[in-house]
Design a protein around this ligand. Structure first.
Ligand code: AVJ
Length: 340
């Protein structure tokens, strides 16, 4: 028996690197689904990371500056509570607080907490964990330049998909998962990420979780529909990234940015909506994708929380909330939780 039909793979030239392979896999899966979707990590190529940094300074985008203000106001109390929580399960023992972070340190925000730790105890160890080697290198360089008293030990790992391996430590560990990064994941995935982290923590260790809160719909939607169109550019850049990595020909002018509050699911959803019927060929996948006029690609979820939903997420991952800090308007919360 022989066949003259070749599998499509035989005609598909191999991609240059593992990142492009991951992009190909994600795009094939997402655009073959009904409804179409793409994972939010695809936003963060070099240009996407730059655009996100611009988003964090927009007047409408309150989360970053609100969380930073909470750290600025309460950093000493946060460090103190983390150390005391550990001491409760280790009576009479002392040890330096070590800080680990999921995601490469967004230098200024993390720096406020590191400063407070150095004030309290002197030399402090900081272990950022991120998938992106380049993001990590940048974060470490800026951190060591401005931060005296901090020893940085970066780790390149994917904390979403892989088990973490954090070195042993004699003393308390506080893990940072800030910036409402957890909001990109549905409640089940979020619990899995926190469980994976939990397995690397010792009794009395803590998690500091930053979460954007449920609030007025207009306030939420404005944060994702900024006047200058930076969020729109961030969303559309996804298509440019796919064009580059998979040699496709998405015409960005034929899609529009949509961001809306889904109250039932407690999340902002971002979509790219096709302005007309069209077919897009993706040579690297040897495939074409059809879009009806008005059809959308769901590109991001950004879950918003209440004190209740934060506590139930933490408990579902075997943590117990210890203390919560928030701004006057309760727009953002920073919650310290300990391993049960
Ligand atoms: C980085 C996931 C916290 O959800 O607000 C900002 C990403 N997307 N504007 C968020 C984002 C559009 C951001 N997170």
């Amino acid at each position: 028996m022989s066949t003259t039909l070749s599998t499509p793979e035989l005609f598909t030239p191999p991609l240059a690197n593992p990142v492009q392979e991951a992009v190909a896999t994600a795009v094939l899966e997402g655009l073959s689904s009904t409804p179409k979707w793409l994972p939010a990590w695809l936003f963060y190529d070099a240009e996407g990371s730059r655009l996100f940094e611009r988003i964090t300074t927009l007047p409408e985008y309150y989360p970053t500056r609100t969380e930073r203000a909470i750290f600025a106001g309460y950093a000493d109390g946060i460090i103190d509570t983390a150390i005391r929580t550990w001491q409760k399960t280790h009576p009479g023992r002392t040890g330096r607080l070590r800080i680990i972070e999921l995601g490469a340190g967004t230098a200024t925000k993390t720096g406020i907490l590191l400063d407070a730790a150095v004030r309290r105890q002197g030399q402090t160890e900081y272990l950022p964990i991120d998938v992106s080697e380049s993001a990590m290198a940048e974060a470490c360089a800026s951190m060591e330049r401005v931060q005296s008293g901090v020893t940085v030990s970066p780790q390149v790992a994917n904390y979403v998909t892989d088990a973490l391996e954090i070195p042993q430590h004699n003393g308390p560990t506080m893990a940072l998962y800030i910036g409402s990064s957890i909001g990109n994941f549905d409640p089940e995935e979020a619990a899995t990420i926190l469980c994976n982290l939990r397995r690397q923590l010792q009794p009395g260790d803590t998690l500091l979780l930053g979460t954007d809160m449920v609030k007025d719909r207009r306030k939420l939607e404005a944060a994702y529909n900024d006047h200058d169109g930076v969020t729109e550019a961030f969303n559309l850049n996804l298509l440019r990234r796919i064009n580059r990595d998979l040699r496709s020909n998405f015409d960005l002018a034929r899609y529009r940015h949509v961001a809306l509050w889904n109250e039932d699911q407690s999340r902002i959803e971002m979509h790219l909506q096709s302005l007309r019927e069209q077919t897009v060929r993706i040579p690297a996948l040897n495939a074409s994708f059809h879009f009806a006029k008005g059809e959308t690609i769901h590109t991001e979820n950004s879950y918003k929380f209440t004190s209740k939903s934060i506590a139930s997420l933490l408990r579902s991952a075997s943590y117990e909330p210890v203390e919560q800090w928030t701004d006057e308007q309760h727009w953002f919360a920073v919650t310290l939780a300990t391993t049960e």
